[in-house]
Design a protein around this ligand. Structure first.
Ligand code: MG
Length: 121
């Protein structure tokens, strides 16, 4: 059965790119455009992993991650942060929110797929 990935990304071009990469590897992709939508969507379906953009309008990816981690059923959910920030302090801050791992944009397809395979096979 295909692994299901929830992609949280507000930029349509990035969403298209990530979806294309994942579907090409036979992952099943659901895309949402905000943190609020993410928190609603995880209640509706089961996901094997979340790809979380950090810069989102409204609630940012760190806050969404903190809220997911506060719920028992999402404590172990692989959450991979995607961030354009490459500043050390910012990375620490993102990791402290509870993400499983962090990938820096521009997105490297091989890096993304390797991390996903590592966490969910
Ligand atoms: Mg963004």
């Amino acid at each position: 059965m295909a692994r299901k990935i929830l992609v949280v990304e507000d930029n349509p071009d990035n969403m298209k790119l990530v979806t294309w990469i994942l579907e090409d590897e036979h992952y099943e992709v659901t895309g949402v455009h905000s943190g609020e939508e993410c928190l609603a969507q995880v209640q509706k379906d089961h996901y094997d992993a979340v790809l979380m953009d950090i810069s989102l309008p409204g609630m940012d990816g760190k806050e969404v991650t903190r809220r997911l981690r506060a719920m028992d059923q999402f404590r172990q959910l692989p959450i991979i942060a995607l961030t354009a920030h490459a500043i050390k302090g910012e990375d620490d801050d993102i990791r402290a929110s509870g993400v499983t791992d962090l990938i820096t944009k521009p997105l490297d397809e091989d890096v993304l797929l390797a991390r996903l395979r590592h966490f969910i096979g």
